[in-house]
Design a protein. Sequence first.
Length: 403
Amino acid sequence: MSKTLRSGCEPKLLPDRRVELLWADGEVSRFHFVWLRQQHFHPAIGRPDLPSGSPLRLPDDPERLEVERCHIDAGELVVDWRNDGAQTRHALTWLRDNAYDDALRLARKPDLRTWEGVQASQFQWHDWQTLLDDDEALFELFTQLRDRGLARVNNAPVADGEIEQMARRFGELRATDFGVITDIMSRPTAEAGRYANIGAGGYHELAPHTDEGWRYAPPGISFHLCLEQPEGGSGTSRLCDGLLAAERLRAHDPESFEFLTRVPYRFAAARNPQERFFAQGRIIVTDLDEDIIGVRFSDRTLGVQSLPSDLIEPAYRALAAFARELYEADLTYEHLLTPGEMHIFDNHRVLHARAGFDPEAGVRRIQQCSVDREEFHNSLRQLAERLGYQQAANMTLPSGALG
């Protein structure tokens, strides 16, 4: 990717208040006057040259901006502004990294590759210690998790709390409904407290779901590390790609797909006197390019819907249509985790489930924790920069089920 201009080509002023640059690789970028001004006077990274207490600078009125001239100097676009006499300088490398013409903007989006169950069963197993010792190996896992929403790790130490060491490579841990680090295992009712009869603490089969959709911002990256699994036991882990199910719904039932991307549903956790959680969110989230970037779905925490009367039946019809896609057998990846194996998955994309098991057969214990997606994305970008993968560091990563 070229970050220099084609030889002999100077910046061109366009009549619609844009500056045109022709790159050496043939790509063309056009930058609005107001965009250039905003990045110079009020960039997201701040202006260390401005003294503290400087007055707030609001965005310029685009129609009042006029350019006297622009040229290239020392690898920078230099713009002289007629309207106020200011001069701004913009590094060509930075302009190329942030160019927003469609081709270059879309190239910064990750390739969110969908998968069926049989494909996921062939995904690489990453060695635990290698991930701790080797940044290149960790970056490989990071990119797979970014693009597929799922990664697998083996040879983990089978001991309480070890999961934290790995999870902190992804970012700061987040407290979920069950705590920061907690066990998924069946508990006798007398000992279960507020978690009595809640799916994760039971032993019955669980349908595919994302966790804690009843929060405004559900947990992001989930870690499930097996510490105990009885001989010949069940409780097989099941995972499916919500993006693939949503894509299938778009192809098979466009009306239901459009409804789920537009109308927010109510999710609830009010299962005992300690819970009164309610949140609204779209089941399927798309971005401005109509790419699917997240799902929020759980049959067990779908709340009482409060929608206009004419939307009630369409809401349940669309929900059922999506559930049918999710429950197709070919979507499901199944694996009985054994001690030392771990699944890492994006809770804004990958739905998880569990086969039922006999609690009398022995203890089944999965230790879990979570890292917010923005924490993971921050860690990914920093690691990419350290390793010299600037293109990966500069990607525009999706906000998932938040929309």
